[in-house]
Design a protein around this ligand. Sequence first.
Ligand SMILES: [Mg+2]
Length: 202
Amino acid sequence: MLNYKYKFIFDLDSTITKEEILPIIAKEIGLYEEMQILTEKAMNGEEDFEQNFKNRVNMLKNIPIKTIHKIVENIKLNEYIEKFILENKERCIIVTGNLDIIVKPILKRLNMEQRYFSCIGTVKEGKIHTVHKVINKKDITKNFDFDFVAIGDGDNDVEMIKLAKIGIAFGGSRNLSKNILDNSDYIFYNDKKLYEFLNILL
Ligand SMILES: [Mg+2]
């Protein structure tokens, strides 16, 4: 029998991290602005997520995966969310629309290598080769057989936030769209307050 009420489902980009990951990688090849614009379009639901995501990954295909990992290793995480995940590892799951082969260093840092769902990519000759599978957060979370709290910032988090017992929009890193604001039970802009609230739900 479970002796607790909820598991905690976290989005990764701009929820756990302080910035979107793909634009930071794109800086390496001078395409930060372009990637940032495309990313915001996806996060605000202005373009089909899957096609937009594949287009964005395509832009990174010439960067060695080793270079990508070095960049990702140094991406700033939100210290309070990092702390919560490290303190409650067994109750946390990351559900990210990002690629497994890109976000690996962060999963490792958070000790979450066995506790995530993501899009799946393949590597060939040291570079990103294909986007093998794009996940939909609704399809992942609708099959969960436990009650959960979902925390996210983007339009692709809205469906899992709706399915959650407690859906939280976190606007600590970027502006939240009307869609996510309208569909969340709680909205936090302050990470320390969010951390305190999650601890009350434990
Ligand atoms: Mg996000």
